[in-house]
Design a protein around this ligand. Structure first.
Ligand code: AHG
Ligand code: MN
Ligand code: MN
Length: 335
């Protein structure tokens, strides 16, 4: 069997397909290495120093940080600073973009990331992950200011996520479909285990935090209400529900066996616009989902077309199996 490591996959994307250049290849390799370090820290759990528990601080969005949120953010910054492939970085855990120190050369890419997704699951030993997005720094833009990062998701040149679960996985797209790599823990390398992932267009499974039901808008109330009526309702069949509360795990299930994921607008959110973050969560996941033949929408607009107004902007997210997402979008139009 031909064993294709992440390095070899990337070399082939560069040399044979001309999809990526040497800098983007290095960037993805460095991101993968940082994910390995995070996986090792998570694997230590209660045996490690400073892995489990609260950090005792809040991030820019007023959310309590876990020790692992802070540690993962530091691992990402440190790993990506010195390679010369980046112009700048932005993270869910930092108020402002992170400048590349002067002592290192600067590259043309911008890296945006959610260093630890699913924080509420860290202490209970349930899958968490890391999400990343890569943009080009616009000509003449200052990568230390947020304006350089305010590009629509359709401008992403690569995106991916790691899942730290029973196995550590890296799911990646450089705009040439979606590939999944499994970490070989003995060798310490990511090995290609699935290629050309495709989300089935139809599904009988949905993912939403039902405890927020009373706060949803009418189109989402209608959609979920119809699913819950099962075979006796308008859909004429039963639907199953799953909610891990780690977006990486919920999206990974959808990439594996289909499904639809919703984190919709909520009456309590007011001007906030949603829960999930456009630049660190919604955009990279939507890029992956579309590359796998699925759809991603706010309910009113394709997520990848949203023009960001702020670094930490939030949006409603509805993504997964194409026909279900289209139905929910249609319900929004009928209001
Ligand atoms: P993060 O840990 O990066 O803040 O993200 C958590 C997100 C996402 O992973 C998940 O889908 C959602 O929040 C869960 O929210 P609820 O706890 O409201 O269900
Ligand atoms: Mn997250
Ligand atoms: Mn996070």
């Amino acid at each position: 069997m031909r064993r294709i490591t992440l390095s070899r996959y990337l070399i082939e994307e560069q040399r044979e397909k001309g999809r990526i250049n040497a800098d983007l290849r290095l960037l993805i390799e460095v991101v993968a290495r940082a994910c390995k370090r995070i996986a090792i820290a998570i694997g230590k759990g209660g045996l490690g120093e400073g892995v489990l528990g609260d950090a005792g601080s809040d991030n820019v969005q007023g959310e309590a940080q876990k020790k692992l949120d802070v540690l993962s953010n530091e691992i990402f910054l440190e790993a990506n600073e010195w390679g010369g492939h980046l112009a700048g970085m932005a993270s869910e855990e930092m108020e402002l973009p992170h400048a590349i120190p002067n002592r290192y050369p600067q590259g043309e890419y911008l890296l945006l990331f959610d260093p630890l997704d699913g924080s509420s699951n860290i202490d209970i030993n349930v899958s968490v992950g890391t999400i990343f997005s890569v943009l080009k720094c616009p000509e003449g833009a200052d990568p230390t200011r947020e304006a350089a990062f305010l590009q629509p998701g359709s401008a992403q040149v690569a995106a991916g996520y790691a899942v730290y679960g029973p196995t550590t996985l890296l799911v990646l797209s450089v705009g040439d479909g979606v590939a999944c790599f499994t970490l070989d823990r003995e060798l310490g390398s990511f090995v290609l285990t699935r290629e050309h992932l495709q989300i089935p267009p139809d599904t009988r499974e949905f993912a939403i935090n039902m405890s927020n039901q009373r706060h949803w808008e009418a189109p989402v109330q209608r959609y979920v209400g119809e699913l819950l009526q099962g075979s006796g309702g308008p859909r004429g069949r039963d639907f199953n529900m799953r909610w891990v509360a780690s977006m990486v795990a919920d999206v990974h299930r959808i990439l594996t066996r289909g499904g639809v994921f919703l984190y919709p607008l909520d009456a309590r959110m007011g001007q906030q616009g949603g829960k999930l973050r456009l630049l660190y969560e919604a955009n990279p996941m939507s890029f992956i989902v579309e590359q796998a033949g699925g759809s991603a929408s706010t309910g009113r607009q394709r997520i990848l077309d949203v023009r960001p107004a702020a670094l930490h902007q939030r949006v409603p997210v509805i993504l997964g199996s194409r026909n279900e997402v289209e139905r929910i979008v249609a319900y929004h139009g009928e209001r």
